[in-house]
Design a protein around this ligand. Sequence first.
Ligand SMILES: [Zn+2]
Length: 262
Amino acid sequence: MELGNIFRHLLVHNEAFVKSRDATKFFAYAKHQTPYITLVTCSDSRVQGEILGMDIFNKVFIIRNAGNQVAINRGSIEYSILVLGTPLMLVLGHTNCGAVKFATHACVTRSKEIVAMTKSFYSDLLRADHSVITPEIKAEMLPLMIPIERGIPHLSKLGDESRELAYLGQVNVDYQIEKALKYYGDRVKANKLTIIGGVYDFVGAYSKELGRILITNINGVTDVKGLQESARSIIKRIPNTDESSEGFKLVARLIEEKVIRI
Ligand SMILES: [Zn+2]
């Protein structure tokens, strides 16, 4: 889009937002914020707070960087967890992540063994123009090579490129949660914090339902049986849970469908 129009949108669309919003909504949180989710996600423009499907104002404290990394934004994360006291931290990766692709490219070009395992998308990565990558971009993305190297040996059985990239994103989320548990594990043990990992799927790598957030890690648990058990036990913490109600049955079905891994 041309710059003049982008700037016009900035002025006009914010004014539409101002007119659409009841002013009393702002009064409710004018002095303090009281979020209950710390969201660590990727800066990718295809991933936005709206995917949570709720009004996220004053509810979600969002930390974003390339590749949803924990170690590079600890100050902001700790403000949300320790100062604001959010009980849930969601580390959310996504399908077709450019940062994951970048780190994969870095691994592939560094290792002849990996090139020897070449599948189509590796050769595409090798052809990509990486000359515009500055030292600053590299410094922020290269830590992602650690999880990507862990994931690469498992790719051959996955079938297609979108599932391979989704899998690498999933392994990255596991790695970021490992880091978070190292820093905030005491808080998890004390039941003050639950760390959930997920992958936002807009390409259909996990299921045909585009736009789903799949839950792939809960407090470091990554086997599907253990994950689904953890998910059920979290739901059962809701006071007065009626397991025969329609609402509970829906959640039980969604756990079966969405608390899964590649
Ligand atoms: Zn991304």
